[in-house]
Ligand binder design. Structure first.
Ligand SMILES: CC(C)(COP(=O)(O)OP(=O)(O)OC[C@H]1O[C@@H](n2cnc3c(N)ncnc32)[C@H](O)[C@@H]1OP(=O)(O)O)[C@@H](O)C(=O)NCCC(=O)NCCS
Length: 184
């Protein structure tokens, strides 16, 4: 079970709440955020988009593995793990974003570090990965500073705003033997 709350120096990672909607709309409705994320994080980011996201994560109990980045009581970004299935069930994709007002202060470097450490302490997770759009040097830096390894370039693997682009695959793994016994 992943922790619901993780403390950072500059923020707290905590479950999303229904009353985060105004803050979510303030920070998420930004083309320079959305252009680095999957299309399910749209631009413009409407009230319906925010309500849809909060309906997905802010239930009772809140969704495990999705945290709001809370600075001074305000949700200013998010980070989430998306677990794989089938043979990839011990892996998860890590995705994150931060409102532009908070960029460049080391917030996401620390946040990614906290979530990575918590995730790789789980017995059923041995790998975290992030496919990064080729132009997103800041995100690559965040990952590298947290021990993620650049595994390769997935050529022409994505299309964003009508532009076909490469994605750079980063991953960090837990190398100690995991507790699973071999399948029969
Ligand atoms: C990418 C993002 C999460 C970074 O968050 P942040 O809190 O500003 O990141 P940090 O301040 O912790 O670290 C950014 C690092 O990138 C570096 N950086 C920033 N812009 C850069 C650029 N254009 N080229 C190279 N490095 C850059 C910074 O210098 C810093 O490195 P340093 O600590 O070694 O100096 C944030 O900009 C964001 O949310 N962007 C939009 C969504 C997104 O890209 N999500 C990730 C998808 S894979």
């Amino acid at each position: 079970m992943l922790p619901a709350i993780l403390e950072c120096r500059a923020c707290v990672l905590r479950p999303w709440r229904a009353d985060d909607l105004p803050a979510l709309l303030r920070h998420a409705d930004d083309r320079d955020v959305a252009r680095n994320l999957r299309d399910r994080f749209p631009h413009p980011y409407t009230a319906a988009d925010g309500e849809g996201w909060l309906a997905h994560v802010a239930g009772d109990p809140p969704r495990e593995g999705a945290w709001a980045v809370d600075v001074g009581g305000e949700a200013v970004g998010g980070i989430a793990l998306h677990r794989g299935d089938d043979v990839a069930r011990l892996s998860a994709e890590i995705g994150y974003w931060l409102g532009r007002a908070h960029w460049g202060r080391g917030v996401m470097t620390e946040v990614v570090g906290r979530v990575t450490d918590a995730a790789l302490a789980e017995p059923d997770l041995v790998r975290l990965h992030a496919p990064v759009f080729a132009w997103n040097a800041a995100s690559m830096r965040v990952l590298e500073r947290n021990g993620y390894v650049r595994e390769g370039v997935m050529r022409r693997a994505g299309v964003k705003d009508g532009v076909v682009m490469d994605q750079v695959l980063y991953a960090r793994t837990r190398e100690s033997p995991h507790p699973y016994v071999a399948a029969p």
